[in-house]
Design a protein around this ligand. Structure first.
Ligand SMILES: Nc1ncnc2c1ncn2[C@@H]1O[C@H](COP(=O)(O)OP(=O)(O)OP(=O)(O)O)[C@@H](O)[C@H]1O
Ligand SMILES: [Mg+2]
Length: 341
């Protein structure tokens, strides 16, 4: 099976309101897929259709090879879900909640307890297994929710904003877990507003806006596309005059705390990966260097090496390669007609 998820013209209305509009999307098996989009874009509605919690108004979707309308029970056995809002029984303990879930999936009694122990230890929540859910913190509840979703070893795990409100350490525990699960062959569908998280974990991302899928690609390609577009916009760039192809650059900005000789500045300017150098430079100051995008690692390293060799004391370094956050803002500010595929 090549795709864990395939949707075809998938739509969902609430009354007259079209929350998901003709979604066509294929998510590769055994990949980590990031689902982005502003509040109200239709991500949770899509996930609810794929996890058989709500029915599509029209169109079809296959999850793990099964049609969500024809074979909802087959789908349910293949998937795990950590919902946006934790849905645990508040008057039961953490362990009782997970145990109920295991029974729902018919987990063999002989392996059930050890499986629960193993998962609770994995996310570090075993210490609170006998706490009532209503007495738990948000992060603790989220961990229990993750354990409950994994108890039947699902092929596909849906996580709807799993790290929201978690402290940085707990977040990292969850990121490691997501990576480990993926290494073990699980497909992960991750809905998130955390661009760093998505960039770090996901092979492909889809961006939804107002019910439409407005982009679907790898994080790097989306960033590169934005970069090309921005380059295209900035025709004023003196570097590009006379070039048929605009040069793609990363802007490197270096704060130097002491004086650099003209020879050093010239040496940087003459590097083959450097297209331009500007300096607001007196006793100390900022050097801004446009480095070739496709050789920026070598270019940046060379610039820094020359500054250090020339006795420069560097106090800060930054680059303006676009972030996934820039991509998000760009795509979702355009409305629904711009397809970044
Ligand atoms: N049960 C419902 N009844 C009516 N409208 C709904 C219902 N659920 C969602 N909607 C509407 O559908 C749209 C999409 O909502 P959805 O929850 O799918 O967005 P989302 O992308 O998950 O947003 P968020 O990032 O805020 O979680 C919103 O405009 C929302 O108000
Ligand atoms: Mg949502």
């Amino acid at each position: 099976m090549k795709y864990a998820i395939e949707t075809n013209d998938l739509s969902r209305k609430y009354g007259d309101f079209l929350a998901v509009d003709s979604l066509d999307m294929k998510i590769k098996n055994k990949s980590i897929f990031g689902f982005l989009g502003p509040n109200g874009a239709g991500k949770t509605s899509t996930i609810k259709m794929l996890t058989c919690l709500i029915k599509p108004t029209s169109g079809t979707a296959k999850v793990s090879g099964y049609d969500v309308i024809k074979y909802p029970n087959k789908v349910r056995n293949k998937i795990g879900m950590v919902p946006q809002l934790v849905s645990l029984y508040k008057d039961l303990t953490a362990r009782e909640n997970v145990s109920l879930c295991a029974d729902y999936y018919g987990i063999d009694k002989n392996i059930k307890e050890s499986r629960i122990d193993e998962l609770m230890e994995l996310v570090d929540i075993k210490y609170a297994e006998n706490k009532l859910v209503k007495h738990m913190s948000g992060g603790q509840k989220q961990k229990v929710s993750v354990v409950a979703s994994l108890v039947h070893s699902p092929d596909i795990l849906f996580l709807d904003e799993p790290t929201i409100g978690l402290d940085p350490t707990t977040k990292m525990v969850l990121w490691d877990l997501i990576q480990d699960l993926n290494d073990d062959g699980h497909t992960i569908i991750l809905c998130s507003h955390d661009m760093y998280e998505v960039d770090k974990l996901c092979e492909n991302i889809g961006v939804m806006n107002k019910g439409h899928l407005v982009a679907f690609n790898t994080p790097q390609v989306l960033k590169d596309n934005l970069m090309k577009e921005k380059e295209g916009d900035s025709k004023k760039d003196v570097l590009n005059v006379g070039d048929s192809e605009p040069k793609l650059t990363v802007e490197l900005s270096v704060m130097v705390e002491n004086w650099l000789s003209d020879e050093i500045i010239e040496e940087i300017r003459n590097l083959s990966f450097v297209y331009d150098l500007r300096s607001s430079y007196d006793e100390r100051g900022r050097l801004t260097v446009d480095v070739d995008k496709f050789s920026h690692r070598e270019g940046i390293s060379d610039v820094i090496a020359i500054i250090l060799k020339g006795g420069g004391l560097i106090s800060s370094i930054s680059t303006t390669d676009p972030s996934l956050e820039d991509v998000f803002v760009d795509l979702t500010s355009k409305g629904v007609d711009q397809y970044g595929f």
